[in-house]
Every structure is written in C-alpha cells, then in structure tokens.
Design a protein around this ligand. Sequence first.
Ligand code: NAD
Ligand code: ZN
Ligand code: ZN
Length: 347
Amino acid sequence: MATMTAVRKMKPASGVSFETIPIPDVTSHGVLVRVKAASLCGTDLHIFHWDDWAASRIKTPMTFGHEFAGEVVEVGPQVESVKPGDHIAGETHIPCLNCYQCRTGQMHICNNLQILGVDRDGAFADYVMLPEVCCVKTDASIPWEIASIQEPFGNAVYAVSEANVVGKSVAVFGDGPTGVFAVAVARAFGATKIFAVGMQDYRLNLIRKFAPDVVINASETNPTDIILDATKGEGVDAVLEMSGAEPAIHAGFRVVKKGGVFTAFGIPSKPIGINFSEEIIFKGIRINGINGRKMFETWDQVANLLLSGRVDLKQVITHTLPLSKIEEAFELLTPGNIRAGKIVLKP
Ligand SMILES: NC(=O)c1ccc[n+]([C@@H]2O[C@H](COP(=O)([O-])OP(=O)(O)OC[C@H]3O[C@@H](n4cnc5c(N)ncnc54)[C@H](O)[C@@H]3O)[C@@H](O)[C@H]2O)c1
Ligand SMILES: [Zn+2]
Ligand SMILES: [Zn+2]
C-alpha cells in the first residue's frame, strides 16, 4: 500500500506528530491532490495548542491544515471538471449539495458544512483528497505559495466586496493576515481613505506595504478618537471587523457612520454583549456576517485580482518552510510574540 507523511493530531493534547499513513483511496467524486504548498492559519494554531475550541470540535486522530494548493494526481470515476496535472486550490468549506442553502446558491454556509482539516483529514500531508466541487482550478502562472493563500485572501475579498467601498472611507480592525488582506483589497477596490487598526508592530509594518492612509496601533492610542477626529466626527462609511476582539468590535460600532456598513468577520472567542439600540438600531447601520467565501464568485474575483497584478500577495508571505519544520512555524506565531506574516509550508 502506498504511504505518505502527514502532520497529525494523534491525541487530544497540544503538539503534533509526523505519521506515515496510507495515501487516501479516491472516492467516486473525489480528487486526489499532491500538496505543493499549504499555509498556516489561526485555526491550525488553535488545533496545535489544543484550546477549548479545538477540544470541543476536533476528533483525533486527524490530519490538519486546510489552506493549500496542489496538483491533481488522480480523479474518481464520476469527476468531470478536473484532470490529472491540473493546478488547484482547495475551497475548505465542503458542502453537502442537498440542503436548502446548497440548493439556493449559498454552499459556503451549507447546513451540513464540513471543514477540511477540521472535520476531516486536511492538507498538512503529501496528498489530500477532497470532493470535486471544492477543487478550484488555478492558473499555472500563479506560484504555489500564492495559490495556497487564496483561501484566506478570499475571505477578505468577500468581506470587502459586501461592503461596497468604492469611493468610500473604511476602517479595518485587525492586523492578522485577513486584516492585512482586507486593507490590500479595499485599496484595490477603490476605497479613498483607509484606517488600519492593529495591535502588533510586526503586522502593522506588513499592512503599511499596502498603503493605508492612517495606521493605528490600538495598544498605544485610542483608534476611536483618531478616526472620529479625522472624519469630522461622522465616522467611516464601512467598518471591516477582522479581529474578533471585543474592544475592536465596540470601537467599530463607534466609528461606523450612521447609515454605514459593519462587516462582521472576526470571531470572538466567547459571546459578547452588544448594546442593540445604541450600537445598531439608532445608527441605522447594516451588518454583514461573512463566513468563508462565496462559492465560487469570490474565487473568480481572487483570480482576477492576482492575475491583473492589482494585489501582490508576495509581500504577505514572510516565511516558506518545509512541512517538517511546522513546529518552528508555530513558534514564529506565538501569541504575543508574533514574528511572521503568512507562513507557507511545503511537503
Ligand atoms: N468569518 C470567517 O469565515 C473567518 C474565517 C477565518 C478566520 N476568521 C476569524 O477572523 C479573525 C482574524 O483572523 P486572522 O487569520 O487574520 O487572525 P489573527 O487572529 O492572527 O488576527 C487577529 C488580529 O487582531 C488584532 N487585534 C486584537 N485586538 C485588537 C483591537 N482591539 N484592535 C485591532 N486589532 C486587534 C491582533 O493583533 C491580531 O493580529 C479571527 O477572529 C478568526 O477566527 C473568520
Ligand atoms: Zn484558515
Ligand atoms: Zn448543504
């Protein structure tokens, strides 16, 4: 039986182990992909450190990792849209195709959604198998590293698209990779004034590469005062909340203009209190909940942004390491001591 190396969580505890396991058998609608690059996501950190969320969601043993790109090596008998040799990136939201949401063009919020590398074996391995519907053909001119980060970049593309930022002022809260991407996309989509709010110098320096108008370190200054002062007390047309931090969420409600748009993307680690009347109703704002990427409109926008050169994602990938050094990669992303942007691993 042919085998491969996979980074697995073998027991419910922190850490990872490198295992030799069989290469998955191809199912009738399945596509076997040779992983060429896989990037690290905050979700992988939760799984690595085995926090409460991971303990409640993940069933061991399992292979994790979900942001990836690779080359198709084998397809199941029912597969029609991809063939061996194709370059693909993985859409990590695996839809059932039968529920109401799937049948009404909302596969990204499928009622029976499974997530690659969370609910089933993922991509920190030599090979990964995923359903045909989740294979997104990627132009061979896009380098593997960049192709692998299309999934998280797509999150930002979807979030910014829903905010309709052309000619508008925008505040992006969060300096994680999706916050950095959101600034880049808002710029590419024609926002005219961009405030970028974060907490970490390393990441704020990355954000500066995408030329936001104002960069605010919320651990040093109050972003609300700065944004309200700069907008004559009115606030911004759109807030993109990409941090999930409760103070940022409240600051976002403060600085969104009356009648503006609040895009909710960051995921708080626990339920938070919201002043419904003051923060939402009386301000007449619209709230957009963003989960994943639109399948597959967002992916098309992603490809257009990359192939046109409107967004250069090279600047966000600060490290490319062999998959065998994944523990070193997690170390670079130690909360409170982050020394990397996006890290790409190569099996
Ligand atoms: N909705 C979705 O589909 C989806 C998908 C992936 C991730 N997420 C969530 O989006 C958020 C961002 O993800 P990420 O990968 O960029 O990760 P991340 O966790 O690396 O980024 C969060 C960033 O927020 C910053 N931050 C903390 N407090 C802040 C404050 N008060 N003001 C401004 N910034 C502050 C931190 O410095 C950190 O860099 C996370 O909450 C993640 O769980 C949502
Ligand atoms: Zn992810
Ligand atoms: Zn479904």
